[in-house]
Design a protein around this ligand. Structure first.
Ligand code: FES
Length: 81
């Protein structure tokens, strides 16, 4: 069974930022995070070019769907939070 929320962990603070409910598993992860008030960097508006939206190291959140993410990852880790 897939999780009903996405856990976000801040690597800078070493804290869980929150658990955010999934409304649409097809939503793009970057837009999901932004919609939940998290400051996700982007200068290409999700075209997959700038790489500023990376989470968990080098994963481009603008190229990832929420449902696919939760199927394979426990949490989103953001370096600067
Ligand atoms: S927003 Fe530019 S690569 Fe993701």
């Amino acid at each position: 069974m897939r999780p009903l929320s996405v856990r976000v962990f801040g690597k800078a603070s070493q804290k869980i930022i929150g658990d955010f409910p999934i409304k649409d598993p097809n939503e793009i992860l970057m837009f999901f995070l932004m919609r939940n008030g998290l400051p996700i960097a982007s200068s290409c508006a999700g075209d997959g070019v700038c790489k500023r939206c990376a989470v968990n190291g080098e994963i481009l959140s603008c190229q990832t769907r929420v449902g696919d993410w939760t199927a394979e990852n426990e949490q989103v880790e953001i370096d600067y939070l």
